[in-house]
Design a protein around this ligand. Structure first.
Ligand SMILES: CC(C)(COP(=O)(O)OP(=O)(O)OC[C@H]1O[C@@H](n2cnc3c(N)ncnc32)[C@H](O)[C@@H]1OP(=O)(O)O)[C@@H](O)C(=O)NCCC(=O)NCCS
Length: 332
């Protein structure tokens, strides 16, 4: 096992899901689908959709507020804010700046992280490195998404899979040996961007009447190909981080995987040869909330008493890009 004298620990977590719960049966009234199809193919039973006037930053703020309270810190102790999102309030300014302002947080280093569904796990790794640099002491890291704003409710192959929400964590530098973030991996293969993308609205296809008429501002996905890649990279990212830090899958107390599809999670459990009881899943209640999925599940697991001092926890995610990321945490 590799040894480290300093690391970032998670002081507290928080999460938020919008009030509006949309069941599979509700979606079956809009597109040609059924509760049975959605449950058996994905494991999703319902999801939360934000209100029309509820933006990603609004959800992020509530999750952040809860994380600050759980961490027991003053907001002016925060000197780094990262928001992982692929559904920002607007292209710029960053959602992180909007959160900073709405919560009256200090004027500190503040930026968005765009690594799609891997975003929060990527952001944890970046925050960890910045804290270890010695230039920062407490980071607010958020994953927040309003996926309902980019879903095509005429496309049954995608609109049934995603949901909205936010999760947050407060990280702090700690000098206790071998606790906190023990290691992190982030990877990407950008060679096939069209497998999962929102083609319109950027510099390649600025918004126009034609782009809107062609529904180019909605999420497009080749589900079958993404599924195959996800199974491969989730397994690899998990094995690689365990090997890098010097643990085996048997040592894991809890796995918090990106909540995209229960069959992908089951195949990860099979590959790691660990029982599904060691996974914390909430896919049935939230759907895929992209960058918010891992921090919402982490917060749930912590508040449900599933995380104890000394536990070894694996966070692992994949997303559009293709991107993937894993983090191994020894809870303090
Ligand atoms: C999308 C996904 C659930 C589809 O499951 P699948 O078993 O691959 O299903 P298929 O795409 O083969 O579709 C099977 C059939 O169901 C149909 N179908 C697709 N969506 C449907 C829906 N919501 N309701 C009912 N039928 C549907 C298809 O049209 C197809 O019909 P056909 O056989 O007559 O052509 C699965 O591929 C998946 O989860 N992929 C990964 C997606 C993901 O994780 N994305 C997020 C990345 S962060």
């Amino acid at each position: 096992m590799s040894s480290q004298s300093q690391s970032a620990i998670i002081l507290g977590t928080g999460s938020y899901a919008p009030e509006n719960v949309v069941t599979n049966d509700d979606l079956a009234k809009i597109v040609d689908t059924s509760d049975e199809w959605i449950r058996t193919r994905s494991g999703i039973g319902q999801r939360h959709f934000a209100a029309k006037d509820e933006a990603t930053s609004d959800m992020a703020c509530i999750a952040a507020q809860r994380a600050i309270e759980a961490a027991g810190i003053e907001r002016n102790e925060i000197d780094l804010i990262i928001v992982a999102t692929m559904t920002p309030d607007m292209p710029f300014p960053s959602t992180a700046c909007l959160v900073q302002s709405k919560l009256e947080l200090p004027n500190v280093t503040t930026f968005d992280m765009q690594a799609a569904c891997s975003g929060f796990v990527y952001a944890l790794s970046v925050a960890n490195s910045m804290l270890l640099s010695g230039n920062f002491s407490k980071a607010l890291v958020i994953g927040a998404e309003k996926m309902s704003g980019i879903l095509d409710f005429e496309d049954r192959t995608t609109c049934v899979l995603f949901g909205d929400g936010a999760g947050a964590a407060i990280l702090a530098r700690d000098t206790t040996a071998n606790v906190g973030i023990l290691g992190a991996i982030g990877g990407a293969d950008g060679s096939s961007p069209s497998l999962l993308q929102q083609p319109g609205g950027g510099s390649a296809m600025p918004a126009s009447e034609a782009s809107i008429a062609a529904r180019q501002h909605f999420l497009k996905m080749n589900g079958k190909e993404i599924f195959k890649s996800a199974v491969r990279v989730m397994g690899q990212a998990s094995s690689d981080i365990l090997e890098q830090v010097g643990y085996t899958a048997e040592d894991l107390d809890l796995v918090i995987p990106h909540q995209a599809n229960m069959r992908i999670i089951e195949s990860l459990a099979k590959r790691l040869k660990i029982p599904m009881e060691k996974f914390h899943n909430n896919l049935d209640r939230f759907g895929n909330t992209s960058a918010a999925s891992v921090p919402i599940a982490l917060d749930e697991a912590f508040r449900a008493g599933r995380i104890k001092s000394g536990d070894l926890i694996l966070l692992v995610a994949f997303g559009a890009g293709l991107t993937w990321a894993s983090t191994l945490i020894k809870w303090q």
